[in-house]
Design a protein around this ligand. Structure first.
Ligand SMILES: NC(=O)c1ccc[n+]([C@@H]2O[C@H](COP(=O)([O-])OP(=O)(O)OC[C@H]3O[C@@H](n4cnc5c(N)ncnc54)[C@H](OP(=O)(O)O)[C@@H]3O)[C@@H](O)[C@H]2O)c1
Length: 236
């Protein structure tokens, strides 16, 4: 069975991608911290769950080395991410560290540890970046920089490994209905044309995975029709 490593599976985009991959027949090894959020999800019960704070790079490394011994890894989805928004002068250094670690360092470490398996299997890495990678981001200077970093890393990693048959794909979602904005004083807009759904990002991932051998969609951007935000937290 083809194994897929997916980070940030307990909500939003990672949860939707994991569900899609299970339906496609992958053996999903999912990483997250709070699995109570998905304990009633029958489909995701089939996932092998790893409760781990990804900022613990030592534990992450140890866990991946164990998984490598039992699983035939064909796919890695670097999805876990965290976002804090404020003027940069007001940003807490611990939050800067967390964003740089989860959004950028962790995908780099995972890619390093698993690249030889992916080369053997002509596998795929999918990095979930963001439209913020492609623009300036006031109140999100650090978050946007981590996303520009992962996009740059992803592009270079593809060039380095394309001759071995490894696909490296960067997805750039715009405003998506998830828990990402729980730390922000804004959220996605109210109307359906002002956000995308996690399942729609998962469908995009499914589509890029379906492309024939020899063709790689290296970079894809998914946006809602309108740019509209809601002030304050989303109403439940
Ligand atoms: N939502 C958007 O508008 C949007 C737009 C563009 C790009 N993105 C990107 O999409 C990706 C997924 O985000 P989302 O929108 O689905 O947000 P989300 O609902 O907040 O999901 C984030 C996931 O990352 C996990 N995570 C965060 N920090 C972690 C840590 N230290 N250790 C382990 N797991 C951790 C969370 O797990 P726990 O809660 O269990 O810790 C959760 O499963 C992120 O990379 C984000 O930057 C989102």
């Amino acid at each position: 069975m083809k194994a897929a490593i997916v980070t940030g599976v307990t909500s939003g985009i990672g949860k939707a991608i994991s569900g899609m991959l299970i339906k496609q027949g992958y053996d999903v090894y999912g990483f997250g911290r709070d699995f109570s959020k998905i304990e009633h999800d029958k489909e995701l019960n089939q996932m092998k769950k790893f409760q781990i704070d990804l900022t613990d790079i030592g534990l992450l490394t140890e866990t991946l080395k164990k998984i490598k011994k039992e699983a035939d890894i064909f796919l890695v989805v670097n999805n876990a991410g965290v976002a804090y928004f404020s003027l940069h002068e007001e940003m807490n250094p611990q939050k800067i560290h967390e964003m740089v670690c989860v959004n950028l360092e962790v995908p780099m470490v995972i890619s390093q540890l698993l690249m030889r398996d992916l080369k053997k299997n002509k596998g795929t890495i999918i990095n979930i970046s963001s439209v913020t990678a492609k623009k300036t981001n006031t109140y999100g200077c650090c978050y946007g920089a981590t996303k520009a970093g992962i996009t740059s890393f992803s592009n270079s990693l593809f060039e380095e490994n394309r001759k071995y048959g490894v696909r490296v794909i960067t997805i750039h979602p715009d405003m998506t209905m998830s828990e990402l904005y729980r730390n922000a004083d804004f959220d996605v807009g109210e109307s359906a044309d002002s956000y995308i759904l996690p399942e729609e990002v998962a469908s995009t991932v499914k589509w890029v995975l379906e492309q024939r051998d020899g063709l790689v969609v290296t970079d894809i951007t998914v946006r809602p029709q309108k740019h509209l935000l809601s002030k304050g937290k989303r109403r439940k």
